[in-house]
Structures are given as C-alpha cells and as structure tokens.
Design a protein around this ligand. Structure first.
Ligand SMILES: [Fe+2]
Length: 349
C-alpha cells in the first residue's frame, strides 16, 4: 500500500494520500489549496490516478484543495451529507463506504468539532479529522460545534475502536504524527473526564482565538461547486424540467454515473443505464459501451449523477471523445427530485 502523510506548515494540516499500488487509483484526505501542485507532482511521480478527494469537515484554518484537485484531475469530491458546502460530487452518511481500487474507507459521522465532521476508518487506522487530535481534541466553539455532541462522538464512537487502531489526525501543532486509540484513552488530557458535562466544561472554558485564516477560509470552503454554466452555454445541459419532458423518448439514453450504493439509497431515474463515473474513460473511449451505443444507435446520451458535478465532467470528456450528441442534467438527481421527477428503486440500504 502507498500511504503518505503530507504536512502544510502554515496551517499545521496533515493531508493523507492513499493508494493500493503504484500505477493505480488514489484518494486524498483533507488537501490544502496551497499544496495542490505538490500533490499533483507526487501523484505523477508515483504514477497514480487521483479518483476521490475527501474533506473530513469544512475547515476554518486553511482553504481546501478539493475544488482545485477536481478541476485539474476530474476526481470526485466527497463530504458528509450534513456539510453546508454548496456542491460536492458525492455525499456520504454514517456507515457509508468510500471505495477506490484496493481501498475501502468506512465513514463515521462524528459531529462536535463542527456539525459536519466525519472520521474515516481503514483497516488498522482511522483518519480522525479534528474530532480527535494527538493529546487533544477539536475545539467546539464555532461552525455549530457542540461539546456534548463531541463527547458522544469521542466516547461512543471513536474510542470504541480497538485500542491498537492507529490515529491519524488532520492537524498537529507539536510535531507528533500518529497515535493509537489506546494511547489517547490513557494519555489525552481531554479524555480524562467522567461525564459529558465535565467535557463540556473544559471545552467551553478554553477561550481560544479564532484561526487567523477563518474569515477567508470558511466562506471559500463553502463554495466548492463546479460551475455548470459553461456546460450550459455550450448547449450540453438540460434542466431537470427539460429532462422530464424527454425521459422515456426512444432517442434518449439516460446514463447514471453514480455508485451502486448511491443508487440503492436514493433511487434512480426509471430506464437508466448504470455506468459508474470511475469507469467513464473506458466507457466513452473507442470500443467502450457508451461509445458503441451512441455510434450504433445515434441516440443522445444524457448523463446524470447526484448533483451534476460528475455528469458535467463526464459530458466534457464525452464531447472530447467525439460523442457530440451527449449532454447532462444540470443539478443531477437532486434537481430532478425538486421538480418531482419520477424515481425507481429508492429506499434501499
Ligand atoms: Fe477543523
């Protein structure tokens, strides 16, 4: 496995790059905008294809690299469904899995530091964001932080992981790089409390100054959405209303780019072909399923996904691959639901 812990010395942020093999798919956790060139260089040096970029929560102390990485690699951006960021490509909730080739992370919803904080468990380790730091815990005094929720996330979720689980936080200010759940239980001063009330007392009496970049970072981090205007200006876009009018017509092929878990949870537009975004390049290239389908039948490919991000990137790639009769549904299934579009297969696990 390739596992890199990368450091931004300005915000003391740790960013994690994971891949199962050289030449394979990679994912990145908590990237920092100023370091994006370095990540891209490293991805190139290790011959990795970045497919997912995840933020554990909306950061207040640095600007995220999520949007820049998406624009430069066409990777999927992932955050929790509670996050107030305008658009990401994929949203997860407690217990969901984030998969790439050879690696699977389990999402744990751990509110408290913020109301959109997640931790991600991978085999012997957990990426704790700012929920659990080494000998510390994330502050709870802004972004809908809540010390009682933090206590619950720490004591009833994170500390229930096996003691030997490695703890990789999103920050460290003292130079520590890794700990374990057992070590934190024993030595983290914030965790030596007998009740949620006692924990809340500690957290509300910290009186910390705001992070220096907070006024810039939070608004920037809430606006990560890919602009879908240019795609629309090129005529490659249908509104959800327009899509409703053409769905079911014989010259249309609806292509669902989401993952199976998203389809099971949220349903699909009836009659969709499933072609996950991760397999897009093969599917739209010469000889690929979608390429052949479009060529052989002359039908119009209508891509859609959860929020219109993956489909906007897919339609651009499809046009570049010569599939000129392709478009996408602006705003994705989210917009489709808002105009009461018909759904099939919803309500799965
Ligand atoms: Fe944070």
């Amino acid at each position: 496995m390739i596992f890199r812990q990368l450091f931004d010395s300005v915000s003391c942020t740790y960013t994690y790059l994971l891949a199962s093999r050289r030449g394979g798919e990679a994912l990145i956790i908590d990237p920092v905008l100023d370091k994006v060139d370095r990540y891209l260089q490293l991805l190139d040096e290790l011959d990795l294809k970045l497919v997912k970029a995840i933020d554990t929560h909306v950061h207040a102390d640095h600007i995220t690299g999520l949007g820049a990485l998406r624009d430069r690699t066409r990777c999927i951006t992932v955050m929790g469904e509670e996050s107030k960021v305008d658009v990401v490509s994929q949203r997860v909730s407690d217990g969901d899995r984030i998969d790439i080739e050879g690696i699977s992370l389990e999402a744990l919803y751990t509110p408290g530091h913020t109301d959109d904080s997640y931790c991600f468990v991978m085999d012997d380790r957990v990426f704790t964001g700012d929920t659990l730091l080494i000998r510390g815990t994330g502050r709870t005094d802004f972004q809908n932080g809540d010390p009682y929720a933090a206590y619950d996330s720490l004591f009833n979720k994170l500390l229930k992981l096996p003691d030997e689980t490695l703890v990789y936080p999103a920050h460290d200010y003292k130079g520590d790089t890794v700990s374990t759940i057992g070590e934190e239980k024993a030595f983290n001063p914030r965790l030596q409390v007998a009740s949620a009330e006692q924990y809340a007392e500690i957290m509300t009496s910290l009186n910390l100054p705001d992070p220096t970049q907070m006024d810039v970072a939070v608004p920037a981090n809430l606006r990560q959405g890919l602009s879908q205007d240019e795609i629309e200006a090129r005529g490659w876009s249908l509104t959800a209303e327009q899509a409703k009018a053409v769905v079911g017509q014989p010259q249309i092929v609806l292509v669902d780019l989401r993952e199976q878990s998203e389809r099971a949870r949220h349903g699909e537009i009836p009659g969709s072909v499933h072609a996950p975004y991760a397999e897009l390049d093969e599917n739209i290239g010469a000889g690929g399923l979608l390429h052949e389908l479009a060529e052989a039948t002359g039908k119009r490919l209508v891509f859609y996904c959860a929020y219109g991000e993956r489909s906007a990137m897919a339609v651009t790639a499809a046009q570049e691959a010569g599939l000129e009769n392709s478009c996408h549904i602006r705003g994705g299934l989210d917009a489709w639901k808002k105009v009461d579009g018909q759904l099939a297969g919803a309500g799965g696990p």
